[in-house]
Design a protein around this ligand. Sequence first.
Ligand code: FES
Length: 117
Amino acid sequence: MWFSRRKPVRFKLFASSEEACAQIALHRPAKVLAGQKEICLVRLSDGFYAVDNACPHQGAPLSEGKCLQDDRIECPFHRYTFDLRSGKDLKGMCNDLKAYPVELRPEGLFIDLNDQA
Ligand code: FES
């Protein structure tokens, strides 16, 4: 059996942590591009979280959804909710969202996508 260990591809979303915090309001989902990929980026009180921008149900842009308590995001179309930390579909109605690691450093905000993303 063949196993492949592919390195994630890292993208710099903002040039500094100050810029990232200035551009992304707390609890307001925002659409950002990592290469060609649309990401929904959310800043919570303990850091940034990134998930696919397209809802796995019917593709609505989650960046136009809203943050709910307990670190959930609600889709703007049919109001399915997802855990922002894991991408898990909390209503059990569709597939989970893909969640991506985000790292905030003094020199910028970085996201790691695997090459199948
Ligand atoms: S498109 Fe997101 S819940 Fe239907």
